[in-house]
Unconditional design. Structure first.
Length: 359
């Protein structure tokens, strides 16, 4: 009698299944890549045709993040998606997403899967990106700096108008996604993408007319490991404080600063981030778009089973921080000095409706 030793098939099968699971584990999926401009153009056209012709199938794979049983007519498309690293084959005859691909403001933007529960996750697009991109005050003469490049969506939007755009991020995975998204649909100005924290990647002589940022803004208990894109410190404003401390040397005369962020606050008083910006730039005109607001408790309670939760909650309560605002802020040296608060309800509804397409 010949054949494999007893148990060999079982061992081989378990090994094969383990390798297959690893290949489809979101934690192990590398960022997408494009080998050439020709490949990028072909992929962009294929994605556009698929979104226009089969939106439900596009949505299943890339927005719902569910495996798709492909059709014979989609073979070339599937090959292109796999080659670019946007999808992987299997299990079995299925095609499984390796990234989210979102139709966004006239382009496709790739980010990590929401299922990729890793600290360096590249965040998917949500309401804040829609509102921010639609309200960026970019001028044709601007040299723009984005702090926290992420997927590149904000810098790429700025590059449609600005004279020059630089984007920095400490996360190499974010830079890979941003470079993919730019290669997929290049703009009139190439974004200078650099790895570094704050101004570490900026030369001392460089100055910028507009600095933009969608910083990590989620309040997180002290010392808790969390997503790089969201961990904003105990009150959610640690990254804003660092930005206001570090960025002024890179500002050109008359420069502007634009942010979109959460901010805690005390009922009846200005949100804390408004106080921070006004103190940092007292001679600026500070325009505040109050997008959403509500009690802070639902945001904090998601951490109630984490170490340090009770002491953290007690500290925020002692500071009177019971409210949470979602804000777009524009600080402009052209003045006149003062704070202007707006409630752009129609624009918020439109951004929410657009973001609902990605849910």
């Amino acid at each position: 009698m010949t054949g494999r030793p007893a148990g060999g098939a079982g061992l081989f099968g378990r090994l094969a299944r383990g390798l297959a699971r690893r290949a489809h584990d979101p934690a192990n999926l590398p960022p997408p890549r494009l080998a050439s401009a020709a490949e990028a153009g072909a992929l962009r056209r294929a994605l556009g045709a698929w979104w226009a012709g089969s939106p439900a199938r596009f949505r299943r794979l890339f927005l719902e993040e569910r495996p798709l049983r492909t059709r014979r007519a989609e073979r070339a498309l599937c090959d292109a998606l796999v080659q670019a690293g946007l999808a992987v084959r299997g299990p079995g005859p299925l095609l499984t997403p390796a990234a989210r691909v979102v139709p966004f403001e006239g382009r496709f933007v790739a980010t990590d899967l929401r299922a990729r529960d890793e600290p360096d996750q590249v965040f998917t697009l949500m309401f804040e990106q829609v509102y921010f991109v639609r309200h960026l005050g970019v001028r044709p003469t601007d040299r723009v700096l984005e702090i926290g490049l992420g997927s590149g969506v904000n810098a790429l939007a700025a590059a449609r108008t600005a004279r020059a755009v630089t984007g920095v991020d400490v996360n190499p995975r974010a830079l890979d996604f941003a470079r993919f998204n730019e290669a997929l649909e290049p703009g009139p100005v190439a974004v200078d993408m650099r790895r570094g924290a704050w101004l570490d990647a900026i030369r001392p002589e460089e100055r910028y007319d507009l600095v933009i940022s969608n910083p990590p803004f989620e309040p997180v208990p002290p010392g808790l490991p969390w997503f790089q894109h969201s961990a904003g410190g105990p009150d959610g404003l640690a990254m804003v404080r660092e930005l206001l401390r570090r960025v002024p040397p890179a500002l050109a005369p008359g420069a502007r600063l634009e942010l979109i962020t959460w901010s805690p606050g005390v009922p009846g008083a200005a949100p804390r981030v408004v106080e921070l910006l006004h103190a940092a730039f007292p001679a600026h005109r500070l325009e505040v778009h109050e997008l959403l607001d509500g009690p802070i408790d639902p945001v904090l309670e998601r951490f109630e089973d984490r170490p340090g939760y009770r002491a953290w909650r007690a500290q925020l309560a002692a500071e009177g921080l019971t409210e949470l605002w979602f804000l777009f802020l524009r600080s402009d040296a052209a003045g006149p000095p003062g704070i202007v608060r707006r409630r752009p309800e129609a624009a918020v509804r439109e951004a929410q409706a657009a973001a609902a397409l990605y849910a």
